[in-house]
Design a protein around this ligand. Sequence first.
Ligand SMILES: [Zn+2]
Length: 175
Amino acid sequence: MSHEPVKFDLPTLYQDLEPSLAEFEKNFPLAEFARSHYQQHPFATLLTCCDSRVSPNMLGDPFNRVFCVENIGNQFRSNEGSILYGLLHLRTPLMLVAGHNECGAIKAATSDYTSEPESLSRELDTVKESLQQGCAAIKIDLAAVLHDQAQLAQLNVDAQIDLLMKQPDVARLVE
Ligand SMILES: [Zn+2]
């Protein structure tokens, strides 16, 4: 599950971040934000994987548009409260769940992760339960689809939607 550590020269890394931070500060729509009393008005709650290759800008500029909740394997149960905040309090009209192929969390959850720290194991248990739930919903055995990363990602997303719809407050919003 572990990757080789990426070698960075920290002073260079900090230096390289400066233009990005300056650009963010320069483009920050402070006046527009002040006009809306510094409140956020996202149109979507997005549950996705925190994999660094999966980005909330898949929906365009996420600034004040996307309430993004990210965790390993895009699990509803790992951040249920945050997702409910987006739906019930920010009242985003749209809820999206985005999974992805070759997900490290799915690969880990279908491997032996018993030596991982408890908090990480707990989140992987959640991913594994989602995969089992996704398989049970279409009456297939998890072992039979372990080779198919794309299908596992899809089954995982389907399980999150199922869990969302079983949450009574979310179900009421859909009615
Ligand atoms: Zn992932």
